[in-house]
Write a protein that binds this ligand. Structure first.
Ligand code: SF4
Ligand code: SF4
Length: 466
């Protein structure tokens, strides 16, 4: 700055405010003018350079009679949100990147931006307390440990092993997702980039062609976002029944809409997440502006025969918003059917699944002080009868990097199937040796109580019925 005779360097549009007073001059960046910049605040910031201080400044410094300040750009948040939602659909990059910041504020604290020499101004007094930092994956694992060990409460020791050779191969093709749901146990979101390469997908197809495998279950993230997704689904349909787990919203995007025609042509089973039939509750879990697009996609699937003609199967998935067990599946299905019929939507089955207290959901439970209560509920509700139907007993779950797991919960926790020599088993091992058994002992931890609480919970919903 000295070399260029600059007294004040004021910059904008890097989205994170910063201010520093140097011996020779002042450096200040406003962050975002049209978005909140700090926790608990709902206004943007701009930099003002003037001869007199501003009564509403958030922070500032004075140098040689010049006042350099960040001042709030206040706006009507509700009107802004309505305008934003009209402009940017739920799955659009802008909505994914910015909507939660408009609604909740940013994570940063004001002191993070004040790097030296700037002081808090009058409007900093109304600064809300910073948001609590999120619990980490380690915190979740620690919270799960040291309770009543799951294996010790299972009466039938045969349930600790697969029921012979599994009939389903599940593959998590990508951790990337267009949404970032509060209940997501795999912590998917637009920021994730992990994806299976062709070698992994080819190996999955080789294993899927084994005589004992009848189903390929494709999941993610949003599996549709994988660049080879359509190719993989087409190939997998040649060797087994294929089911795809979708968040629906992604299929509103014109780039992914043609996949509905592909599904219909191949007879792919669609398992669609719809955590609530009431828009406000559904959007609390999945983000604003996600409910109406989901309903529109369901109507489009119906128009292709899904949930209507008995051939194109459309199943929906409910999971509770709160740390409670899911309600009775049959009763809830009746509610879904009634409510969705009023919206012009039909479906085949509803799966009511319990939230597993790991990943983003586990961290949220810790942050809100609800983790222990929920885990105790799962333990207290342990149902011996659900053990036989635990999904790990009849499936193999393949991660994006080819490692193999008992289920996608174990995948999220980093608990791969072990080889005899202690190394991680991969799908390449099975593809290379068709005689290598898929049957195996299962790796349990205390998150497994989520599968056996009450009526039990699996990818196909309630385990103990009737
Ligand atoms: S729960 Fe499903 S839709 Fe939501 S972020 Fe996770 S993978 Fe995506
Ligand atoms: S969490 Fe996985 S390993 Fe544990 S019981 Fe459920 S399906 Fe089986």
């Amino acid at each position: 700055m000295a070399a260029n005779d600059v007294d004040v360097l004021a910059t904008t549009h890097t989205c994170a405010p910063a201010a520093l007073s140097l011996a020779r001059g002042l450096v200040v960046n406003n962050g975002a003018a049209g978005l909140p910049n700090f926790a608990g605040q709902h206004f943007g910031l701009t930099v003002r350079v003037a001869a007199a201080p501003h009564p509403d400044a958030l922070f500032g410094a004075e140098r040689d009679g010049l006042h350099v300040e960040a001042v709030p750009v206040r706006y009507d948040r509700d009107a802004y949100l309505a305008w934003f939602d009209g402009l940017w659909p739920a799955a659009s990059p802008a909505a994914v990147s910015y909507r939660s910041r408009i609604v909740d504020g940013a994570d940063d604290r004001l002191e993070d931006a004040l790097l030296g020499g700037f002081r808090r101004g009058p409007s900093a007094r109304t600064d809300a307390p910073p948001r609590r930092s999120r619990a980490t994956k380690d915190d979740v694992e620690l919270a799960l440990a040291g309770l009543v060990y799951f294996e010790d409460v299972v009466d039938d020791s045969s349930c600790l092993h697969t029921a012979g050779e599994p009939s389903t191969i599940q593959v998590n093709v990508t951790a990337r997702c267009n949404l970032a749901c509060a209940h997501c146990h795999v912590e998917s979101g637009p920021h994730r980039t992990e994806a299976a390469d062709r070698a992994v997908l080819e190996a999955v197809l080789a294993v899927a062609a084994r005589p004992g495998i009848d189903t390929v279950d494709v999941t993610g993230g949003a599996p549709e976002l994988h660049p080879d997704f359509a190719w993989f689904v087409e190939r997998a349909s040649g060797v087994a029944r294929v089911m795809v787990r979708t968040n629906l919203v992604i299929l509103r995007d014109p780039a992914y809409r043609p996949l509905m025609d592909l599904y219909a042509r191949l007879g792919v089973e669609v398992v669609a997440s719809l955590p609530n039939v009431h828009d406000a509750q559904a959007e609390q879990q999945r983000g604003g502006g996600t409910f109406d697009p989901s309903i529109e996609v369901l109507r489009e699937l119906n128009a292709r025969g899904y949930g209507r003609d008995g051939e194109h199967v459309l199943d929906l998935v409910f999971n509770p918003q709160w740390p409670v067990l899911p309600p009775d599946q049959a009763e809830l299905e009746a509610v879904y059917r009634r409510r969705l019929a009023a919206l012009g939507v039909s479906f085949d089955h509803l799966f009511a699944v319990a939230n597993n207290p790991i990943g983003r959901y586990g961290a949220h439970l810790i942050d809100t002080g609800a983790f222990d209560g929920y885990l105790n509920l799962l333990i207290d509700s342990f149902n011996q009868q659900a053990c036989d139907g635990m999904m790990c007993r009849r499936q193999l779950s393949v991660g994006w990097d080819g490692r193999v797991y008992d289920c996608d919960f174990n995948q999220a926790l980093g608990l791969p199937v072990r080889r005899e020599d202690g190394g991680d088993r991969t799908v390449f091992d099975y593809a290379a040796d068709p005689a290598l058994p898929l049957a195996r002992p299962i790796r349990f931890r205390n998150h497994c109580y989520a599968c056996t609480a009450g009526s039990g919970s699996s990818c196909g919903g309630t385990i103990v019925r009737g």
